[in-house]
Design a protein around this ligand. Structure first.
Ligand SMILES: Cc1cc2nc3c(=O)[nH]c(=O)nc-3n(C[C@H](O)[C@H](O)[C@H](O)COP(=O)(O)OP(=O)(O)OC[C@H]3O[C@@H](n4cnc5c(N)ncnc54)[C@H](O)[C@@H]3O)c2cc1C
Length: 423
């Protein structure tokens, strides 16, 4: 078997297949595993390509971490009960109560909302629960929230939408938003916990996963882009720079923006690549600032104003003291066009919010143009096996959740399961 792509989807598939005793070869185009959640090396520094926040509800990702490195889901992730705080103006904190009472209590005592706004938010949450978290397929988050007070939308729901779906509420899918709300708040209190990586993204899962499958005899081909994929008798022929190889089955686990390279392999892949190109992608920019020993009041804070929404204190998460990461989700095209302007605006935003911070020692802007596919209404999952013995995995294949690590992991496990069931 061959797996193309060592992002979270490809790694999840590889672990499942290796555990089932299936001989496999994993091809990864770059030199580092992790895909859109990877460690990068820039100007002599190791940084993550972006801040990755997990939720307690990400069960399959946590289980995969445990499978490849027992204890790692508690050792490498800092678990914080839901706590959203923005410069003293707004605070939502979930007390230690069973779900969904913890959400009701959090909303009831939310700082920065008046009583009528709090009760309106609680009413909204309870109505969604009564309605089994269902929304019309074509509804946007903005339409879903239309009855909410402007301040509750601005302070609470819209930041949650942007953080979870990386898509502005005006175009984001109400149904996927409700799926995330349900997964986080409807079942167990710990599902809404925020889990912040306290190790770099290479150590978090990709490197232990590679070691795990290698120990079971898998062949790992890093730095080996697959250039061609052609159906042949009894399987698929893969072309790489070092020649052709034949495999009985293939799991294609590349990002949706990378599917076009395989459009010639099967008409279904061509259509899928086109569909995603039309629906579009949302970028995420990260502006890293290294300060001399700065420390925030909390490892992650919501930000006032623009361009950033979140500030992560990497010094509190196993990184160097004073390293702050400012996160800009769904960056507008105007801002994305000029990293220098973005850095200046980010610096100004920090100065407004944290006037005591000195000049940074250095700053770096990391851009991910295709961070997530646009989470629009009406998205449906592609077939798991679009052509015989060709299985798809990737965050875009598990459309119950937005583009997340959990969606990628679930899709990889499902592709492996489908492949195993055909053997
Ligand atoms: C900056 C940023 C912040 C994010 N924040 C969060 C967050 O807070 N929480 C969250 O859950 N998710 C977050 N995400 C989304 C999350 O990272 C993705 O949903 C997830 O990593 C997708 O995994 P994947 O395996 O589906 O695809 P990818 O990670 O894109 O993996 C595809 C892999 O295939 C390889 N590949 C492509 N073409 C070929 C080829 N021809 N041959 C061989 N290999 C190939 C690629 O190099 C890559 O390694 C964020 C993403 C970014 C970029």
């Amino acid at each position: 078997m061959a797996i193309i792509g060592a992002g979270y989807a490809g790694l999840a598939a590889a672990v499942r297949l290796a555990d089932a005793g299936v001989p496999l070869t994993l091809f990864e185009a770059t030199r580092a595993a992790g895909g859109r959640a990877r460690r990068v090396h820039i100007a002599g520094t190791h940084l993550d390509n972006g801040q990755h926040l997990l939720l307690g509800a990400y069960r399959q990702t946590l289980a995969l971490m445990e499978r490849v490195a027992p204890g790692s889901s508690t050792r490498l992730l800092r678990r914080l009960p839901l706590h959203l705080e923005r410069s003293g103006a707004f605070r939502l904190r979930a007390p230690h109560l069973p779900a969904p009472a913890h959400l009701v209590a959090a909303l009831l005592f939310a700082r920065g909302l008046n009583w009528s706004e709090r009760l309106g938010a609680i009413g909204f949450a309870l109505r969604q629960r009564l309605g089994r978290f269902r929304a019309p397929p074509d509804q946007t988050v903005a339409a879903l929230l239309a009855g909410q007070a402007a301040r509750a939308r601005r302070e609470l729901w819209e930041p949650l939408c942007l953080a979870a779906l990386n898509t502005p509420p005006e175009s984001a899918s109400a149904q996927v938003f409700l799926n995330v709300i349900e997964a986080s708040f409807a079942h167990h209190r710990a599902d809404s916990d925020l889990l912040l990586p306290a190790a770099d993204l290479g150590q978090l899962l990709p490197e232990p996963a590679l070691r795990h499958i290698e120990a079971q005899g898998a062949e790992i081909r890093m730095g080996t882009p697959v250039r061609g994929l052609a159906a042949g008798p009894g399987g698929w022929t893969l072309t790489t720079d070092s020649g052709q190889r034949h495999f009985a089955a293939v799991v294609l686990a590349v990002g949706p923006h990378q599917l076009k390279a395989f459009a010639a392999s099967s008409p279904a892949l061509g259509q899928l690549a086109e569909l995603h190109a039309t629906r579009g992608y949302q970028p995420i920019h990260t502006v890293y600032f290294q300060f001399q020993g700065a420390r925030l009041s909390h490892p992650i804070l919501a930000l006032d104003g623009a361009p950033g929404q979140w500030l992560v204190d990497r010094g509190q998460l196993g990184g160097p003291a004073g390293l702050l990461a400012l996160v800009i989700s769904a960056t507008t095209p105007e801002l994305a066009a000029s990293p220098l302007a973005l850095e200046r605006l980010a610096r100004a935003q920090l100065q407004r919010g944290f006037p005591n911070l000195a000049e940074p020692l250095w700053a770096r802007v990391l851009a991910e143009k295709h961070a997530t596919y646009s989470c629009l209404p009406g998205q449906s999952a592609p077939p798991t096996e679009p052509a015989p013995q060709l299985f798809l995995a990737g965050d875009y294949c598990y459309t119950h959740f937005p583009a997340t690590l959990e969606a990628a992991v679930r899709s990889g496990a499902a592709a492996a399961q489908a492949l195993l069931s055909k053997r």
